[in-house]
Design a protein around this ligand. Structure first.
Ligand code: MN
Length: 731
């Protein structure tokens, strides 16, 4: 057993001659560590498990990946399966290697289990987005390639799932990154395990056709070689055969029989320069007649994955169609290896500073241009990603549906992306099973569950953190309709109160004898309806007392007399803000009422209401200096307000805590606050390093003043607290 492992590692080291001696030693250490970690584990084939990581590393060596990537390849299954910790990997092999292994372990946890095409695309993007380094994806593809090569050893009932995942997810990723050789191999292996019978039949048919046409192919090869030799151009000519999977797909998609698939054989011509490619094409077109409409110039316009080549189909001897691809050697490296060409090219041309058009692919070139000398793989990957897909984050619904959202999107954005009904009723959320705040930013691969409640409504505070235009407009829309109804109710209360201050007990009925009174009032105010007038008052666009005075005139014109006693009492109380008939506040008023940030009033405080211009009612503490100043110049806009006996929510207020600096002080202070059941919603810290005493500012949510007093008392009893007081601007 141990011998098998050692032998397979020896075959790996034979491929590592491009590494420096110290790098090679590091790879050897990683191998020994992995070998020990996997000791006793065996593969389905009966071989020691370590042969798998070695094979993965060997594939990475084919791409000439660096020592860190090779070490990560050797260690890629160690974190998950062997009880090795990330810390241990950092200590032994450094954090870049540990990060690569960690990235691979995270990808392993994602499972794709739907057959919907657009979902597969999102899943692929998610995988790519989650890898913070292109090497993670390359090692992952190497891992999948080896697992596919050995899939026949696995129990047969696993074949279909693994093979279709390979076909839907990994092969297209390889294609997207331009790793065409891997792409073709993965497709073929998947096909072989998904449709074993069809694969076997097709394979026999191709074998037959090959021997039947052997003479023809040899003839074409000979004629082409002679022609180029005569023209004096140095080219490399190679025959190539379509994969069974691509033949199968063509038959399937175009409903053809095998005999009808003519372009099974093709040739590749590798020319020294781009100009030579076009010259070579001309030479070929003189030799055989081109099939009209089959010529494609993928050099001038490369494919998105960096592939460049000239394609043409020619009518060969005996009228058989033969495909030709013409490209430079550098283009060929990119065509076969895609992003991995980045490393391949570096190793093959160490003295090359400017990759220039020698590298072939403009795509890869544009990526390389952005890099500096360091050639950092993570940075390189960032540029590849920008090229491949826009800035997005991919997350799951609880039903494994994948959703794409812009980066920075929050739980609330997600809720609105599902449906505006969900968004509007969002109460709480769980990410990966844990309760999180609604402002939490989403990360790739998160599973998000929204908890809704029928009575829940959008909170204006959401507007400060949502990222998507959809969520923003839906929240605004909801608040607008909600604010409308609320403002109307508030306006009605305010107008009634102002009318009482004029000595009239209540608003006249809208219908009946007073219908005309309202009509005249609307003409005076310029409103279309009573509800519009009341809403305007509620929003502070119209002053209640002025409207009330006009209404009084209209009513007395009609014979109604003000009640003198009521008049005196209401005027007195309204002005003194200790009103009996004031607007009652319970915290459920929504957007039309705001609590002033200068004094942050809480139940138990004396309060006054100020009708801001167009911004609804602003509630101040009655001893607030800001409110007093306003009252001095704008007393007309003040109305009586009072707390409800049963406020429906907590209110935020600010406390200032002066503490001596020391370990654990903040924790003790926070504990004192939560001991009084006060929720901390915001903390501001002074420059603690500078002095031995620091001011901490807390915004806390409390039910009322007595709870605040308890909190302050708790704070004052806490060691290292020098002072604790409420923050309020008073005179
Ligand atoms: Mn593996």
């Amino acid at each position: 057993m141990a011998n098998a492992a050692a032998a397979s590692f020896a075959s790996l080291t034979a491929k590592l001659d491009y590494l420096s001696a110290p790098d090679l030693e590091q790879v050897r250490l990683a191998y020994r560590f992995a070998d020990e970690a996997h000791l006793g584990q065996i593969r389905n084939s009966g071989e020691p498990y370590i042969t798998h990581p070695i094979a993965v590393a060997a594939q990475c060596a084919e791409w000439k990946l660096d020592a860190q990537a090779l070490m990560a390849a050797l260690l890629h299954d160690a974190l998950e399966d062997c009880g090795v910790t990330k810390i241990e990997l950092i200590e032994r092999f450094g954090s870049p290697v540990a990060e690569l292994v960690d990235g691979l372990t995270k990808l392993d946890k994602l499972h794709f289990n739907t057959r919907e095409e657009n979902q597969a695309e999102s899943f692929r993007k998610m995988l790519l987005a989650m890898a913070r380094d292109v090497r993670v994806i390359l090692i992952k593809l190497a891992d999948r390639t080896h697992n596919m090569r050995t899939l026949s050893d696995a129990p047969r009932e696993k074949w279909a799932r693994i093979a279709s995942e390979t076909l839907d997810i990994y092969a297209p990723i390889a294609h997207r990154l331009g790793l065409n050789q891997t792409y073709r191999e993965l497709q073929n292996l998947a096909f072989c395990h998904l449709r074993p019978w069809r694969y076997a039949i097709l394979s026999k048919a191709v074998e037959k056709a090959r021997s039947r046409r052997r003479d023809l192919i040899q003839k074409v090869q000979h004629e082409v070689e002679t022609t180029f030799a005569n023209s004096g151009m140095q080219v490399r000519i190679a025959g190539r055969e379509k994969t069974l999977y691509s033949i199968y797909k063509k038959m399937d998609e175009k409903h053809l029989s095998f005999a009808q698939v003519t372009d099974i054989y093709g040739f590749r011509v590798l020319a020294p320069t781009v100009t030579d490619c076009y010259t070579a094409l001309g030479t070929l077109h003189q030799l055989y007649k081109p099939v009209p409409g089959k010529f494609k110039d993928h050099i001038a316009i490369g494919k998105i994955n960096g592939y460049q080549s000239l394609h043409t189909t020619l009518v060969g001897p005996s009228g058989v169609n033969v495909e030709f691809q013409v490209r430079t050697e550098a283009m060929h490296i990119v065509a076969e290896s895609g992003v991995a060409a980045h490393w391949l090219y570096k190793v093959n041309n160490p003295q090359e500073t400017s990759n220039g058009d020698r590298l072939g692919s403009k795509w890869l070139q544009s990526l390389l241009d952005i890099q500096d000398e360091t050639r950092d793989a993570a940075e390189f990957w960032d540029h590849v990603k920008v090229d491949l897909f826009p800035d997005a984050v991919y997350v799951f619904t609880p039903k494994s549906q994948i959703m794409a959202l812009p980066r920075g999107a929050t739980v609330v954005d997600f809720a609105y992306a599902i449906h505006s009904n969900i968004g509007d009723r969002t109460l709480a959320a769980r990410i990966n099973g844990e309760q999180v705040p609604l402002r939490t930013e989403l990360k790739n691969g998160d599973i998000i569950e929204i908890v809704t409640a029928p009575v829940s409504t959008p909170n204006p505070a959401w507007l400060s953190f949502v990222r998507t235009a959809r969520a923003r407009s839906k929240i605004r829309q909801h608040l607008k309709t909600l604010g409308q109804a609320d403002s109307q109710g508030l306006g009605e209360k305010m107008l009634e109160q102002a009318l009482r201050a004029e000595g009239i007990e209540k608003l006249p009925d809208e219908k009946g004898v007073n219908e005309l009174v309202w009509e005249k009032l609307l003409r005076f105010s310029g409103n279309k309806s009573i509800s519009e007038l009341l809403t305007d008052i509620g929003l502070g666009k119209r002053i209640a007392s002025i409207v009330a005075k006009r209404l009084l005139t209209l009513l007395t014109d009609g014979g109604e007399k003000p009640d003198a006693l009521l008049l005196t009492r209401e005027r007195y109380t309204a002005n003194e803000a200790v009103s009996q008939g004031g607007v009652v506040l319970d915290g459920g008023e929504n957007a039309s009422v705001r609590y002033a940030p200068c004094c942050r009033p809480i139940p138990g405080d004396g309060i006054v209401g100020y009708l801001g211009r167009g911004e609804g009612l602003i509630v101040h503490a009655d001893d607030c200096a800001v409110a007093r100043k306003l009252k001095h110049k704008d007393s007309e806009r003040f109305i009586g307000v009072e707390w409800s006996d049963e406020p429906i929510r907590t209110f935020e207020t600010e406390v200032l805590v002066t503490v001596t600096n020391g370990k654990g002080v903040l924790a003790r202070v926070a504990a004192a606050l939560t001991g009084a059941e006060a929720d901390i919603t915001h903390i501001d810290m002074g420059d603690e390093a500078a002095q031995d005493a620091t001011d901490l500012r807390f915004v806390i949510a409390v039910r009322d003043r007595s709870q605040l007093e308890t909190a302050l008392r708790n704070l004052r009893r806490t060691p290292s607290v020098l002072k604790a007081q409420r923050v309020k601007i008073t005179q």
